[in-house]
Design a binder for this molecule. Structure first.
Ligand SMILES: Nc1ncnc2c1ncn2[C@@H]1O[C@H](COP(=O)(O)OP(=O)(O)O)[C@@H](O)[C@H]1O
Ligand SMILES: [Mg+2]
Length: 322
Protein backbone atom coordinates (compact mmCIF):
# COMPACT_ATOMS: atom_id res chain seq x y z
CA UNK A 1 0.00 0.00 0.00
CA UNK A 2 0.99 3.61 -0.37
CA UNK A 3 0.69 5.38 2.97
CA UNK A 4 0.84 9.14 3.41
CA UNK A 5 1.79 10.48 6.81
CA UNK A 6 0.89 14.13 7.15
CA UNK A 7 3.47 15.67 9.45
CA UNK A 8 5.49 18.85 9.57
CA UNK A 9 8.66 17.05 10.56
CA UNK A 10 9.74 13.53 9.53
CA UNK A 11 12.29 13.29 12.34
CA UNK A 12 9.70 13.59 15.14
CA UNK A 13 9.58 10.38 17.19
CA UNK A 14 5.96 9.51 16.30
CA UNK A 15 6.38 10.27 12.60
CA UNK A 16 9.58 8.29 12.25
CA UNK A 17 8.18 5.34 14.24
CA UNK A 18 5.10 5.21 12.00
CA UNK A 19 7.32 5.45 8.91
CA UNK A 20 9.57 2.61 10.09
CA UNK A 21 6.63 0.44 11.14
CA UNK A 22 4.92 0.90 7.76
CA UNK A 23 8.12 0.18 5.79
CA UNK A 24 8.74 -2.91 7.91
CA UNK A 25 5.31 -4.16 6.82
CA UNK A 26 6.23 -3.64 3.17
CA UNK A 27 4.43 -0.37 2.48
CA UNK A 28 5.56 2.64 0.53
CA UNK A 29 5.57 5.68 2.82
CA UNK A 30 5.40 9.36 1.92
CA UNK A 31 5.81 11.85 4.75
CA UNK A 32 4.26 15.09 3.58
CA UNK A 33 4.34 18.48 5.25
CA UNK A 34 0.74 19.73 4.92
CA UNK A 35 2.00 23.22 4.17
CA UNK A 36 3.67 21.88 1.00
CA UNK A 37 0.39 20.56 -0.36
CA UNK A 38 -2.05 22.69 -2.23
CA UNK A 39 -5.55 21.65 -2.87
CA UNK A 40 -7.92 22.20 -5.74
CA UNK A 41 -11.59 22.56 -5.00
CA UNK A 42 -13.54 21.86 -8.13
CA UNK A 43 -16.98 20.39 -8.52
CA UNK A 44 -16.75 16.60 -8.71
CA UNK A 45 -12.95 16.67 -9.00
CA UNK A 46 -11.23 17.52 -5.73
CA UNK A 47 -7.46 16.99 -5.95
CA UNK A 48 -4.18 17.65 -4.19
CA UNK A 49 -0.87 18.84 -5.59
CA UNK A 50 2.63 18.40 -4.19
CA UNK A 51 5.48 20.44 -5.68
CA UNK A 52 3.40 21.27 -8.74
CA UNK A 53 2.36 17.69 -9.57
CA UNK A 54 -0.87 15.92 -8.79
CA UNK A 55 -0.51 13.56 -5.86
CA UNK A 56 -0.46 9.91 -6.99
CA UNK A 57 -3.08 7.45 -5.72
CA UNK A 58 -2.91 7.01 -1.95
CA UNK A 59 -4.31 4.01 -0.06
CA UNK A 60 -4.41 5.52 3.38
CA UNK A 61 -3.56 8.76 5.14
CA UNK A 62 -2.35 9.08 8.73
CA UNK A 63 -2.55 12.73 9.81
CA UNK A 64 -0.23 13.85 12.61
CA UNK A 65 -1.41 17.40 12.95
CA UNK A 66 0.03 19.70 15.58
CA UNK A 67 -2.02 22.51 17.04
CA UNK A 68 0.17 25.16 15.38
CA UNK A 69 -1.14 24.31 11.91
CA UNK A 70 -4.47 22.94 13.04
CA UNK A 71 -6.58 24.80 10.50
CA UNK A 72 -4.55 24.18 7.35
CA UNK A 73 -3.83 20.63 8.45
CA UNK A 74 -7.54 20.02 8.90
CA UNK A 75 -8.27 21.51 5.48
CA UNK A 76 -5.84 19.05 3.92
CA UNK A 77 -7.37 16.11 5.79
CA UNK A 78 -10.85 17.21 4.72
CA UNK A 79 -9.65 17.25 1.10
CA UNK A 80 -8.44 13.64 1.38
CA UNK A 81 -11.83 12.82 2.94
CA UNK A 82 -13.59 14.42 -0.05
CA UNK A 83 -11.38 12.51 -2.47
CA UNK A 84 -12.58 9.27 -0.89
CA UNK A 85 -9.14 8.38 0.54
CA UNK A 86 -9.39 6.51 3.87
CA UNK A 87 -8.05 8.76 6.62
CA UNK A 88 -7.02 7.81 10.16
CA UNK A 89 -8.65 10.11 11.60
CA UNK A 90 -11.28 12.02 9.66
CA UNK A 91 -11.37 15.82 9.68
CA UNK A 92 -14.71 15.92 11.55
CA UNK A 93 -13.38 13.67 14.30
CA UNK A 94 -10.15 15.66 14.65
CA UNK A 95 -12.04 18.96 14.82
CA UNK A 96 -14.35 17.59 17.51
CA UNK A 97 -11.56 16.39 19.72
CA UNK A 98 -9.47 19.55 19.25
CA UNK A 99 -12.17 21.61 20.91
CA UNK A 100 -12.28 20.41 24.51
CA UNK A 101 -15.74 21.83 25.20
CA UNK A 102 -17.26 20.39 22.02
CA UNK A 103 -15.75 17.01 22.94
CA UNK A 104 -17.17 17.15 26.48
CA UNK A 105 -20.62 18.12 25.16
CA UNK A 106 -20.60 15.10 22.87
CA UNK A 107 -19.37 12.75 25.58
CA UNK A 108 -22.06 13.81 28.06
CA UNK A 109 -24.69 13.45 25.34
CA UNK A 110 -23.65 9.79 25.36
CA UNK A 111 -23.68 9.56 29.17
CA UNK A 112 -19.91 9.34 29.43
CA UNK A 113 -18.63 10.87 32.67
CA UNK A 114 -16.55 14.07 32.62
CA UNK A 115 -15.57 16.63 35.29
CA UNK A 116 -18.28 19.27 35.73
CA UNK A 117 -17.44 22.05 33.31
CA UNK A 118 -18.77 25.54 32.73
CA UNK A 119 -18.35 27.81 29.77
CA UNK A 120 -19.26 31.47 30.25
CA UNK A 121 -18.38 34.72 28.58
CA UNK A 122 -19.23 37.43 31.07
CA UNK A 123 -17.64 38.52 34.37
CA UNK A 124 -21.09 38.54 35.95
CA UNK A 125 -21.33 34.77 35.47
CA UNK A 126 -18.08 33.90 37.23
CA UNK A 127 -19.38 33.64 40.81
CA UNK A 128 -22.13 31.21 39.86
CA UNK A 129 -19.81 29.29 37.53
CA UNK A 130 -17.29 28.80 40.32
CA UNK A 131 -20.01 27.56 42.64
CA UNK A 132 -21.14 25.01 40.02
CA UNK A 133 -17.65 23.54 39.68
CA UNK A 134 -17.31 23.19 43.46
CA UNK A 135 -15.31 26.32 44.28
CA UNK A 136 -11.53 26.70 44.48
CA UNK A 137 -9.11 25.45 43.50
CA UNK A 138 -10.65 25.34 40.04
CA UNK A 139 -9.24 24.45 36.65
CA UNK A 140 -9.23 27.03 33.86
CA UNK A 141 -8.53 25.66 30.38
CA UNK A 142 -8.11 27.01 26.91
CA UNK A 143 -10.60 25.20 24.74
CA UNK A 144 -7.84 24.40 22.25
CA UNK A 145 -4.86 23.74 24.55
CA UNK A 146 -2.48 20.78 24.28
CA UNK A 147 0.54 19.25 26.04
CA UNK A 148 -0.53 20.84 29.29
CA UNK A 149 -0.13 24.35 27.87
CA UNK A 150 -3.38 26.17 28.40
CA UNK A 151 -4.43 24.20 31.50
CA UNK A 152 -4.22 26.29 34.67
CA UNK A 153 -5.22 26.00 38.30
CA UNK A 154 -6.68 28.92 40.23
CA UNK A 155 -6.52 28.81 44.02
CA UNK A 156 -8.83 31.73 44.86
CA UNK A 157 -12.01 33.28 43.40
CA UNK A 158 -10.01 36.42 42.72
CA UNK A 159 -7.45 34.41 40.74
CA UNK A 160 -10.25 32.78 38.73
CA UNK A 161 -11.85 36.14 37.94
CA UNK A 162 -8.60 37.80 36.87
CA UNK A 163 -7.48 34.78 34.81
CA UNK A 164 -10.81 34.72 32.97
CA UNK A 165 -10.77 38.49 32.42
CA UNK A 166 -7.28 38.35 30.97
CA UNK A 167 -7.98 35.38 28.71
CA UNK A 168 -11.26 36.84 27.49
CA UNK A 169 -9.49 40.11 26.69
CA UNK A 170 -7.00 38.08 24.66
CA UNK A 171 -9.89 36.60 22.70
CA UNK A 172 -9.38 33.07 24.06
CA UNK A 173 -12.20 30.55 24.38
CA UNK A 174 -12.00 29.04 27.84
CA UNK A 175 -13.70 26.63 30.19
CA UNK A 176 -13.89 26.46 33.95
CA UNK A 177 -13.70 22.96 35.36
CA UNK A 178 -14.09 21.11 38.63
CA UNK A 179 -10.65 20.27 40.05
CA UNK A 180 -10.46 16.53 40.64
CA UNK A 181 -8.58 16.50 43.94
CA UNK A 182 -8.44 12.72 44.18
CA UNK A 183 -6.33 12.56 41.04
CA UNK A 184 -3.37 14.06 43.00
CA UNK A 185 -1.56 14.98 39.82
CA UNK A 186 -2.13 11.61 38.21
CA UNK A 187 -4.11 10.58 35.19
CA UNK A 188 -4.43 7.64 32.82
CA UNK A 189 -3.80 7.77 29.08
CA UNK A 190 -5.31 4.96 27.00
CA UNK A 191 -4.45 4.47 23.35
CA UNK A 192 -7.47 3.26 21.42
CA UNK A 193 -6.96 1.92 17.91
CA UNK A 194 -9.85 0.56 15.88
CA UNK A 195 -12.11 0.28 18.94
CA UNK A 196 -9.59 -1.53 21.17
CA UNK A 197 -7.32 -0.31 23.94
CA UNK A 198 -3.90 -1.39 22.77
CA UNK A 199 -1.77 0.31 25.45
CA UNK A 200 -2.22 2.39 28.58
CA UNK A 201 -0.09 4.31 31.04
CA UNK A 202 -0.52 6.12 34.32
CA UNK A 203 1.18 9.51 34.36
CA UNK A 204 2.24 11.31 37.52
CA UNK A 205 3.01 15.03 37.61
CA UNK A 206 6.38 16.19 38.87
CA UNK A 207 6.54 17.66 42.39
CA UNK A 208 4.68 20.96 42.73
CA UNK A 209 2.76 20.46 39.47
CA UNK A 210 -0.83 19.26 38.95
CA UNK A 211 -0.54 18.52 35.21
CA UNK A 212 0.68 15.02 34.48
CA UNK A 213 1.64 15.66 30.83
CA UNK A 214 5.05 14.20 29.95
CA UNK A 215 5.83 17.53 28.23
CA UNK A 216 5.42 19.14 31.66
CA UNK A 217 7.84 16.77 33.32
CA UNK A 218 5.39 14.01 34.29
CA UNK A 219 6.56 10.39 34.49
CA UNK A 220 4.70 7.39 33.08
CA UNK A 221 4.38 3.70 33.84
CA UNK A 222 2.52 1.10 31.80
CA UNK A 223 -0.75 -0.13 33.35
CA UNK A 224 -3.38 -2.75 32.73
CA UNK A 225 -6.68 -0.87 32.76
CA UNK A 226 -9.67 -1.96 34.81
CA UNK A 227 -12.71 -2.87 32.67
CA UNK A 228 -14.58 0.36 33.50
CA UNK A 229 -11.63 2.46 32.31
CA UNK A 230 -11.15 0.37 29.23
CA UNK A 231 -14.85 0.68 28.38
CA UNK A 232 -14.87 4.46 28.96
CA UNK A 233 -11.85 4.97 26.70
CA UNK A 234 -13.36 2.88 23.91
CA UNK A 235 -16.73 4.60 24.20
CA UNK A 236 -15.10 8.05 24.17
CA UNK A 237 -13.11 7.29 21.01
CA UNK A 238 -16.21 5.87 19.33
CA UNK A 239 -18.36 8.88 20.19
CA UNK A 240 -15.72 11.23 18.77
CA UNK A 241 -15.45 9.12 15.63
CA UNK A 242 -11.71 8.64 16.14
CA UNK A 243 -10.08 5.44 14.86
CA UNK A 244 -6.84 6.35 16.63
CA UNK A 245 -7.12 8.18 19.94
CA UNK A 246 -5.28 8.99 23.14
CA UNK A 247 -7.91 9.22 25.85
CA UNK A 248 -6.98 11.11 29.04
CA UNK A 249 -8.95 10.10 32.14
CA UNK A 250 -8.80 10.82 35.84
CA UNK A 251 -9.46 8.10 38.38
CA UNK A 252 -12.20 8.99 40.87
CA UNK A 253 -14.34 7.16 43.42
CA UNK A 254 -17.14 7.21 40.83
CA UNK A 255 -14.85 5.67 38.24
CA UNK A 256 -13.31 7.21 35.14
CA UNK A 257 -13.89 10.82 34.15
CA UNK A 258 -12.70 11.80 30.71
CA UNK A 259 -10.58 14.96 30.46
CA UNK A 260 -9.93 15.03 26.74
CA UNK A 261 -9.30 12.93 23.68
CA UNK A 262 -6.26 13.44 21.48
CA UNK A 263 -6.45 12.70 17.77
CA UNK A 264 -2.66 12.59 17.27
CA UNK A 265 -1.42 11.03 20.51
CA UNK A 266 2.36 11.11 20.96
CA UNK A 267 3.91 7.64 20.67
CA UNK A 268 7.19 8.11 22.51
CA UNK A 269 5.88 8.16 26.07
CA UNK A 270 3.40 5.34 25.63
CA UNK A 271 5.80 3.05 23.74
CA UNK A 272 8.50 3.58 26.38
CA UNK A 273 6.13 3.11 29.32
CA UNK A 274 4.23 0.12 27.96
CA UNK A 275 6.88 -1.56 25.80
CA UNK A 276 4.14 -1.98 23.16
CA UNK A 277 4.70 -1.37 19.46
CA UNK A 278 1.91 1.21 19.11
CA UNK A 279 3.13 2.44 15.71
CA UNK A 280 2.99 -1.11 14.36
CA UNK A 281 -0.55 -1.55 15.73
CA UNK A 282 -1.69 1.68 14.04
CA UNK A 283 -0.23 0.61 10.69
CA UNK A 284 -1.73 -2.86 10.99
CA UNK A 285 -5.14 -1.40 11.73
CA UNK A 286 -4.65 1.04 8.83
CA UNK A 287 -4.30 -1.90 6.45
CA UNK A 288 -7.69 -3.34 7.51
CA UNK A 289 -9.28 0.09 7.56
CA UNK A 290 -8.13 0.93 4.02
CA UNK A 291 -9.48 -2.34 2.64
CA UNK A 292 -12.76 -2.02 4.54
CA UNK A 293 -13.31 1.61 3.52
CA UNK A 294 -12.53 0.91 -0.14
CA UNK A 295 -15.08 -1.91 -0.17
CA UNK A 296 -17.76 0.27 1.41
CA UNK A 297 -17.26 3.07 -1.09
CA UNK A 298 -17.79 6.79 -1.03
CA UNK A 299 -21.51 6.74 -0.39
CA UNK A 300 -20.94 4.98 2.92
CA UNK A 301 -18.33 7.60 3.85
CA UNK A 302 -20.78 10.39 3.02
CA UNK A 303 -23.55 8.85 5.11
CA UNK A 304 -21.14 8.27 8.00
CA UNK A 305 -20.25 11.97 7.92
CA UNK A 306 -23.91 12.96 7.80
CA UNK A 307 -24.60 10.71 10.77
CA UNK A 308 -21.72 12.34 12.65
CA UNK A 309 -23.22 15.79 12.18
CA UNK A 310 -26.68 14.59 13.15
CA UNK A 311 -25.25 12.95 16.27
CA UNK A 312 -23.91 16.27 17.46
CA UNK A 313 -27.40 17.73 17.32
CA UNK A 314 -28.88 14.95 19.43
CA UNK A 315 -31.16 16.05 22.24
CA UNK A 316 -29.96 14.81 25.61
CA UNK A 317 -33.02 15.59 27.65
CA UNK A 318 -36.28 16.98 26.35
CA UNK A 319 -37.86 19.67 28.45
CA UNK A 320 -40.88 18.31 30.25
CA UNK A 321 -40.05 14.69 29.46
CA UNK A 322 -39.51 12.10 32.21
N1 LIG B 1 -10.28 18.80 36.09
C1 LIG B 1 -9.03 18.41 36.40
N2 LIG B 1 -8.73 17.97 37.66
C2 LIG B 1 -7.48 17.58 37.97
N3 LIG B 1 -6.45 17.57 37.11
C3 LIG B 1 -6.69 17.97 35.83
C4 LIG B 1 -7.98 18.41 35.42
N4 LIG B 1 -7.92 18.76 34.12
C5 LIG B 1 -6.65 18.54 33.74
N5 LIG B 1 -5.89 18.07 34.75
C6 LIG B 1 -4.47 17.73 34.67
O1 LIG B 1 -3.89 18.53 33.66
C7 LIG B 1 -3.41 17.74 32.57
C8 LIG B 1 -3.69 18.44 31.24
O2 LIG B 1 -5.09 18.55 31.01
P1 LIG B 1 -5.80 18.12 29.67
O3 LIG B 1 -7.24 18.44 29.80
O4 LIG B 1 -5.45 16.71 29.33
O5 LIG B 1 -5.17 19.15 28.60
P2 LIG B 1 -3.92 19.04 27.59
O6 LIG B 1 -4.53 19.09 26.24
O7 LIG B 1 -3.10 20.24 27.87
O8 LIG B 1 -3.20 17.74 27.85
C9 LIG B 1 -4.13 16.41 32.72
O9 LIG B 1 -3.36 15.37 32.15
C10 LIG B 1 -4.29 16.28 34.23
O10 LIG B 1 -3.10 15.77 34.83
MG1 LIG C 1 -4.07 15.85 27.90
Amino acid sequence: MRIVIISRNRSLYSTSRLTLAARARGHEVLVIDPLELHLVVKSGMPSLFLAGSQLPRVDIVVPRIGTSISNYGLTVVRQFDLMGVPVLNSAVAIARSRDKLRALQLLTAHKINVPTTVCARSPAAVRKALQIVGGCPAIVKLQQGAQGIGTMIAETPLAVASLLDTLWAMGQDIILQEYIRESKGRDVRAIVVGGKVIAAMRRTAKAGEFRSNLHRGGVAVGVELKPAYRAAAIAAARVMGLEVAGVDMVETRQGPKILEINSSPGLEGIERASGIDVAGAIVEFGEHYATRTRKRGRRATASRLAAAVEDERRVTRRRGAG
